[in-house]
Design a protein around this ligand. Structure first.
Ligand code: ZN
Length: 358
């Protein structure tokens, strides 16, 4: 058997490739790190991404997907819980990967749930002084990876310097300390001291990317993906709801008596954009339209709240009322984005409730 010069060349080339492949895999194994959520919750069920990392080098803000879901100089990802009630009931902040506690800071007060001008000014001062993290934990995740976990609840940090932690281990509680307008955990990830977006695997300096040009760092089994817009809460109310009280308690009413004087349906979202259309509808027990409104969003908003409904001057029909808000975002030629949130309310029978009163 003879081996031609051509074949030898191919064999050498193949060996070269093998070496290259082996080398690359090793380098990736050393540098790649998988992360879980930094808080004990299920994404889009009881926690939501409020802000992504800002990858825009100018005064504006842009998330890794070239969307507006960030704010200028934001150095991490914000995972929000539903309301202040959830914070008081306690949600664990957890290590997003194995590691060693480098340092922590505790003792800063959580802000009251409702923002005032004074609070806003005090928070901005913290932000400008680079103390926006509030109560925070800094973890060395190994192989050049580090994570900072911010806005923990005062007095909740339960780890010590030098302590080893595993992914998912509790490090404290979700709070609202530092530069925080709502209860959330800010997770900032660094590799060799460069800030990395866990959704793209890229540095903030690399700017935004096409969806097929990303290498997310999230544990794949969690299916953590970018969402351009998301409803995070909705409910019924027997009057005009205000966003401040929803920020404290976003629970929907389950039932009302028939003699209520008004019925409204409210909802809140993250990542609404200028031009988004929302169709809101409340239907009565006979599936007839009780109230309907079309909303067209003006301006991009990180977080937005709306409600619709009407006053009532005679007892409501008893039975189940269904309300739905449907968001449509046109995107020029591509299929529109649609999101929906629904709630059901029971109106008690008027004669029955009168009987029980007697
Ligand atoms: Zn943040």
């Amino acid at each position: 058997m003879t081996i031609s010069r051509h074949n030898i060349f191919i064999i050498i080339l193949s060996l070269g490739f093998l070496f290259l492949i082996g080398h690359t895999t090793q380098a990736q194994a050393q540098d790649t790190q998988n992360f879980t959520l930094p808080l004990d919750c299920t994404l889009n069920q009881d926690c939501w991404i409020a802000n992504y990392l800002d990858v825009d080098k100018t005064d504006g803000a842009q998330d890794f997907n070239c969307g507006p879901r960030s704010y200028d100089t934001h150095k991490g990802t914000d995972f929000a819980i539903t309301d202040r009630l959830a914070m008081e009931k306690e949600v664990n902040a957890v290590a997003a990967a194995d590691g060693t506690i480098m340092r922590f800071r505790d003792g800063q007060d959580d802000w009251p749930p409702i923002m005032t001008e004074e609070i806003q000014e005090a928070q901005l001062a913290l932000f400008d002084a680079n103390k926006g993290c509030g109560n925070g934990v800094f973890i060395d995740h190994g192989n050049g990876w580090k994570g900072i976990y911010c806005h923990l609840k005062k007095g909740s940090i339960n780890v010590k310097k030098g302590q080893k932690v595993k992914a998912g281990d509790k490090i404290g509680l979700v709070g609202q300390s530092g530069f925080a307008q709502f209860p959330h955990i800010h997770l900032g990830l660094y590799h060799n001291d460069k800030i990395i977006d866990p959704f793209s695997g890229k540095t903030a300096d690399e700017g935004c990317s096409k969806p097929d040009d990303i290498n997310p760092l999230w544990d794949q089994s969690l299916h953590i993906e970018y969402d351009p817009v998301v409803f995070y809460a909705a409910g019924f109310k027997n009057g005009a709801p205000d966003f401040d009280s929803i920020k404290i308690d976003a629970t929907s009413a389950h039932s009302y008596p028939a003699d209520i004087k008004a019925l409204t349906f409210w909802f809140a979202l993250y990542g609404i954009n200028d031009g988004d259309m929302i169709d809101v509808e409340i239907r009565d027990p006979y599936d007839l339209v009780f109230a309907r409104q079309e909303i067209v969003q003006k301006g991009n908003k990180i977080r937005q709240f709306y409600f619709t409904g009407k006053k009532i001057n005679r007892p409501l029909k008893a039975g189940e009322y269904h309300a739905t808000a449907t968001l449509t975002r046109m995107q020029g030629g591509i299929a529109p984005i649609r999101r929906k949130i629904s709630r059901t309310l029971r109106i008690e029978d008027a004669s029955q409730s009168e009987n029980t009163h007697q």
